[in-house]
Design a protein around this ligand. Structure first.
Ligand SMILES: Cc1cc2nc3c(=O)[nH]c(=O)nc-3n(C[C@H](O)[C@H](O)[C@H](O)COP(=O)(O)OP(=O)(O)OC[C@H]3O[C@@H](n4cnc5c(N)ncnc54)[C@H](O)[C@@H]3O)c2cc1C
Length: 383
């Protein structure tokens, strides 16, 4: 079998890339380890930057997103028993974020791919790739490609196929994780609440008008069974308590622990292989950047491929890694900063005083709040 672009992984990165290539007539085959059902049900991110929404719209896959996505113009930061509103849109030139689950983005992209009757092979685990020859090996055989897009996430095989000594890894592990729940209850807050508390961080988010997505900082070694529902609700209530406000509870539909990690691979390309999304970088979810970065990488690669196949040379293809890494490191710094400001990192009172001082600054200085806002909604200069 032969194709122009072999795409390993049908997550947001692989599916977005496939869609963008389809729109410009470039052939691709997508190979995905899991079943369609599994790929569509995997609960993860839910905050889309405006740039991500615009890209999905341009790609013709935003009809449901425009109907069901919930536009938010701000977030709340809570600390010292007070909740402060950060008016993101007002501070960031009218740009906003849209709440729409990653599950829904993936469903829309899969539906579009299948409707176009283009190859998307589920339950096809890639065993290895050859970055020099452009060959993808899987149980069913080999796929020869001009280019391999390694969109197979952090635990995929593509990054590991690059010869030793080529990639430089930058990494930071955090001494905490997030216990997340999806609950069948209307969100108790109109916008996201990021809460700094002496018991640890908490985040009130949502997926729809009927479903809330809530998180509490936990030990990274915890498993979901350590957190019976009543313990989760007790902690959420304690960490987000506010006079005159009540956290509504509902049935817990899903529960899981997410480790917190910062990770960057440099460069993001070798030979015919291009790493896209989580395969190349991970951010802690505090800045809501993982999915947005994956989509931005896909766009950068698609644009470079269009130029190359169109006879315009390979300058942009050669510069793929450099172009992506500018945005990636900005998101890494922002995510690290948000994480460090909001989580309990131990019993060090000095650290806690610094966090509170930073939170007071961000909620009282327009300059500081603007910096948070433009990073949160996505910097247009990095586009
Ligand atoms: C538990 C969890 C919770 C998260 N929560 C948030 C959040 O709240 N906010 C946020 O912004 N981000 C969050 N993220 C990050 C965000 O979901 C990711 O950044 C995003 O999914 C990246 O998309 P991707 O396509 O690069 O990778 P993925 O979504 O990981 O997709 C990779 C795909 O490749 C497939 N694959 C892997 N190996 C192979 C193989 N050998 N052969 C074929 N296919 C393969 C996988 O099955 C998968 O479908 C979370 C991530 C995790 C793991």
């Amino acid at each position: 079998m032969r194709t122009q672009v072999g795409i390993v992984g049908a997550g947001p990165a692989g599916l977005t890339l496939a869609r963008l290539l389809e729109r410009t007539g470039i052939e691709s085959v997508v190979l995905e380890d899991r079943t369609r059902d599994y790929a569509e049900q995997r609960i993860r991110a839910g905050v889309l930057e405006q740039g991500t929404v615009e890209l999905l719209r341009d790609a013709g896959v935003a009809e449901r997103l425009d109907r069901e996505g919930i536009v938010h113009g701000g977030i709340h930061l809570q600390f010292d028993g007070e909740r402060h509103h950060v008016p993101l849109s007002q501070l960031a030139g009218g740009r906003s974020i849209v709440i729409y689950g990653q599950t829904e983005v993936v469903k829309d992209l899969i539906a579009a791919r299948l409707e176009s009757a283009l190859p998307l092979l589920f339950e096809t685990a890639v065993e290895s790739v050859d970055p020099e020859r452009g060959v993808i090996r899987h149980a069913g055989g080999e796929l020869e490609c001009d280019v391999i897009a390694g969109c197979d996430g952090f635990h995929g095989v593509c990054r590991g196929s690059v010869p030793d000594g080529v990639l430089q890894i930058f990494e930071r592990e955090y001494p905490f994780g997030w216990l997340g729940i999806l609950a069948e209850v209307a969100p108790s807050s109109d916008e996201l609440v990021y809460a700094h508390h002496e018991r640890g961080f908490a985040l009130l988010s949502l997926r729809s008008p009927e479903r809330s997505r809530y998180y509490v900082q936990c030990d990274p070694a915890d498993v979901a069974e350590d957190w019976p529902d009543n313990r989760v609700w007790d902690e959420l209530r304690a960490r987000t308590a506010l006079d005159g406000w009540t956290l509504e509870e509902g049935p817990v539909l899903e529960k899981g622990v997410t480790p917190m990690r910062s990770f960057v691979t440099e460069p993001m390309q070798h030979g015919r292989l291009f790493l896209v999304g989580d395969a190349a970088h991970i951010v802690p979810p505090t800045g809501a950047k993982g999915l947005n970065l994956a989509v931005a990488d896909a766009r950068t690669l698609a644009e470079a491929l269009v130029e190359w196949y169109g006879g315009g040379g390979r300058d942009h293809l050669d510069a793929y890694s450099e172009t992506c890494l500018r945005r990636v490191w900005r998101a890494e710094q922002f995510s690290y900063w948000m994480t460090s400001m909001l989580h309990r990192t131990g019993d060090d009172p000095f650290e806690q005083r610094l966090q509170l001082s930073q939170l007071r600054y961000v909620t009282s200085s327009e300059a500081a709040a603007t910096s948070l806002a433009e990073n949160y909604v996505g910097l247009t200069t990095m586009a």
